[in-house]
Each structure stands twice: as structure tokens, then as C-alpha cells.
Design a protein around this ligand. Structure first.
Ligand code: PMP
Length: 403
């Protein structure tokens, strides 16, 4: 029989399937709220103005070339990314307790972290706990790396807010020394983040139980427009003395989606541990990608290393996060003034790219089939897909299916 005959069909990826369906729909009213990528008010992909400037600088660099990066990646990026995540004055950086390796965007950072933890986790049978729900790829990445994956409660499906009691209970009830995957900010898919006080409670329980924090940070600066605020949780855990890993993506906050620009950071208890950890991360990266991709790193590194460009980048992020906030409030206002059954306050309260609307699978199906409105089966919308040209239509469509 053929060699490949024993390969079963892989389960379909919901988001990729959705984008195929949406692309094939040529209806004039079509609204794609599926893919998690920023769109401007005319529904178009947006190249950040600061990235346009960085492109010109990279293109006109007389020393520019297309050589391989070193195994750790581009220092302009990795050093800048370290300061961005932990704060320029972070003691962990000055004490040389941080190692940063460039990765294939956030997904690659998650995968390197997952394989590293699979090989070195303590105890060897520790499971990785993910939030219920979480970004669909987390489970897939962790299982591909060979982890046992368990869930902790996160979303209160009644209020569409944080189930902090359930979350703390589950973190307490887990065996000691488990790995806990946490979204640093702008939780995907729910848009629900813990408050600062709740992060402190989470840190308390994690310290009590000896859990290891593994942060996924895909939206720093994109969530609130303030890179420091969006790094609150990570910096809190570092200040509390945790060792940790952070997977960082520049896809959203720099609009570098396809350039696959990201980093993985490891913070160790003391500087003497960095040598071995960095050697293993380098080895894993070498075995899988050899070296990371250069172009996006040059763009992001240029922005992070230049004060003027950095300030412009913060402005650009502010513009994205403000537009998204306006769309959240606009959708809530429209649903409330239509008298749409339900409380739509959560749409405005949630944060980041996504809103967990509370729409059922059945309502999502009707919106897609009868209104050409595309969102994931769990009722998640990408708020960045809303704009002044489609928001009235979206509100009326949701109103119609909820009644
Ligand atoms: N983690 C989370 C929570 C995300 O939402 C995303 C983007 N969808 C990623 C990681 C990784 O994205 P990328 O590989 O494009 O950086």
C-alpha cells in the first residue's frame, strides 16, 4: 500500500477555513470580521507610516545586504525588544538575567518555548495550562511539541467578563509546579484582561503553587496604545522574582504580519543560568529555522533604535487602538439604540483586536449565510474589520439575528 496511505486528514483550521469562505463571497455587503489583522477606516490593510520611513532607511543603507543573521537574530531587534517588554530600566536586564532570541514571529516564539519546555520542564510530567478559551493555535503548538494540555477557567460566559474566581481556583487546584500560559494583554479571542489587582492575585497564587509563567504577548501597545501599560503583567511577575518565558510578536503592533518578526525572552533567577539556557534556545532555533528572517527585523530594529521613529511608532499605535476603541463604542451604541436584546456593554469594555460578542454558533451561521458577515464560530469578531462604511450594516444584521 502507498507509504502515505496511513496519513489521516488533519482537522480543519477554523480561521483559515473562514477566510477561504469570505474570499469567495463577492457580495457587496460582505464584511470580514474573521482575520485578526488591522484595517483602516476604508477597510484596507495599513502600512504604518513609521514602517514606510524604516523601509526607506533600510533600502538606502549603503552597508545593507542579504546575509544571514546570527543565530540569536538581529541585535537591533532583540535588544530593543528586551527593553520594550521589560522596561529600559529593568533590573533583570541590568543584572544580565535575560536572554532574547529572534523567532519566526509570535508563532515561532511559542513553538521554540514549547519545545524548550518539553525538554527541560520540572517536573518532567508537568502539564501546560491554557485559558478556556484561548488562541486556537496554542493547543496545537503545545501538543505538537509533546505537552499534555489542560485548561483553567477564564471567560465567564454569562457576563462575558473575567471569571477570576474560577481562574484562581483552577490555578490553586492544579498540582504544584505546572506551566501556565498567560496572555500578557488583549486576550485572544475574548478581549478580556485581568485588572492590575487581579494580576497581583494571579501572581500570588502562582507563587504559592510554584507555577511557571509562560507569557504570550502579541499585542503590546496595540491594546491600550501604551506599551508600558500593556506590559504590566510581565513586569509585575519579573518584579516578583519569577523566572519566565515571553513570546513576543511584532505582527500587530508594527503591522509586520507577513514579515514574521518576533522574539522569545527568557528571564532566569541569576545571570549564571543564562549561558546554558541561551545555548539550548540557540540549538533549538538552529535545528528548526537556522536563522530568523532579516527584513522585518531590520524594519522593527530601525524603529526601536531611533528615538524619533520610536515616538512616531507610539503615535501610530495610538491611532490603531483609538480607531478600534471608537468602533467598539460605535457598535455598542448602535446595538443599544436599536434596542437589540441583551447588554452590549462588553463590546466596549473588552480590549485589543477582538470582541467576544456572545453570539451563538447558530447566529454566527445565519450572519454568514444570510448577511455575508464573517466571524469565528465562537462569536469572536475582529473589531478592526469594522469601519464607518459597514458598522451600521453590521449592527442591523446582529440586531436581526438576535431578535
Ligand atoms: N499569540 C496570540 C495570542 C495571537 O493572537 C497571535 C496572532 N494571531 C500570535 C500569538 C502569533 O501571531 P504571529 O505568529 O503572526 O506573530
Amino acid at each position: 500500500s502507498p507509504y502515505f496511505a496511513n496519513v489521516p486528514q488533519a482537522p480543519a483550521d477554523g480561521i483559515l477555513k473562514l477566510s477561504v469562505l469570505s474570499k469567495a463571497d463577492s457580495d457587496a455587503n460582505k464584511v470580514d470580521l474573521g482575520v485578526g489583522a488591522y484595517r483602516d477606516d476604508s477597510g484596507k490593510p495599513w502600512v504604518l507610516p513609521v514602517i514606510r520611513t524604516a523601509e526607506q532607511r533600510v533600502a538606502s543603507d549603503p552597508n545593507g545586504n542579504h546575509e544571514y543573521l546570527g543565530v540569536g537574530g538581529l541585535p537591533a531587534l532583540t535588544n530593543g525588544a528586551q527593553k520594550l517588554i521589560f522596561g529600559a530600566d529593568s533590573p533583570a536586564i541590568s543584572e544580565k538575567r535575560v536572554y532574547t532570541i529572534q523567532t519566526i514571529s509570535g508563532t515561532g516564539a511559542n513553538m521554540v518555548a514549547a519545545v524548550f519546555l518539553r525538554q527541560f520542564k520540572q517536573p518532567a510530567d508537568a502539564a501546560v495550562y491554557i485559558s478556556k478559551p484561548t488562541w486556537g493555535n496554542h493547543r496545537s503548538i503545545l501538543q505538537t511539541a509533546g505537552h499534555e494540555v489542560r485548561e483553567y477557567r477564564y471567560c465567564n460566559y454569562g457576563t462575558l467578563g473575567l471569571d477570576i474566581d474560577g481562574m484562581l481556583e483552577d490555578l490553586r487546584a492544579a498540582p504544584r509546579n505546572q506551566i501556565i500560559l498567560l496572555h500578557a494583554c488583549a486576550h485572544n479571542p475574548t478581549g478580556i484582561d485581568p485588572t492590575e489587582a487581579q494580576w497581583q492575585q494571579i501572581a500570588d497564587v502562582m507563587a504559592e503553587r510554584g507555577h511557571f509563567p509562560f507569557f504570550d504577548c502579541a499585542y503590546q501597545g496595540f491594546a491600550t496604545g501604551d506599551v508600558d501599560k500593556d506590559a504590566y503583567a510581565i513586569r509585575l511577575f519579573v518584579a516578583r522574582g519569577f523566572e519566565l518565558l515571553v513570546a513576543e510578536s511584532f505582527a500587530k503592533n508594527m503591522g509586520l504580519y507577513g514579515e514574521r518578526t518576533g522574539c522569545l525572552h527568557a528571564v532566569t533567577k541569576d545571570a549564571a543560568l543564562v549561558g546554558a539556557v541561551s545555548s539550548q534556545l540557540n540549538r533549538l532555533s538552529r535545528a528548526t529555522i537556522s536563522t530568523a528572517s532579516a527584513y522585518g527585523a531590520k524594519l522593527a530594529g530601525t524603529v526601536l533604535q531611533d528615538q524619533g521613529l520610536y515616538a512616531e511608532w507610539v503615535e501610530n499605535m495610538g491611532e490603531m487602538s483609538r480607531r478600534i476603541k471608537d468602533m467598539r463604542e460605535g457598535l455598542r451604541d448602535r446595538l443599544q439604540s436599536l434596542g437589540t436584546p441583551g447588554d452590549w456593554e462588553h463590546v466596549a469594555r473588552q480590549i485589543g483586536m477582538f470582541s467576544f460578542t456572545g453570539l451563538s454558533k447558530q447566529q454566527v451561521d445565519v450572519l454568514r449565510d444570510s448577511y455575508h458577515l464573517y466571524m469565528t464560530d465562537d462569536g469572536r469578531i475582529s473589531v478592526a474589520g469594522l469601519n464607518s462604511g459597514n458598522i451600521d450594516y453590521v449592527a442591523r444584521a446582529i440586531d436581526a439575528v438576535v431578535r
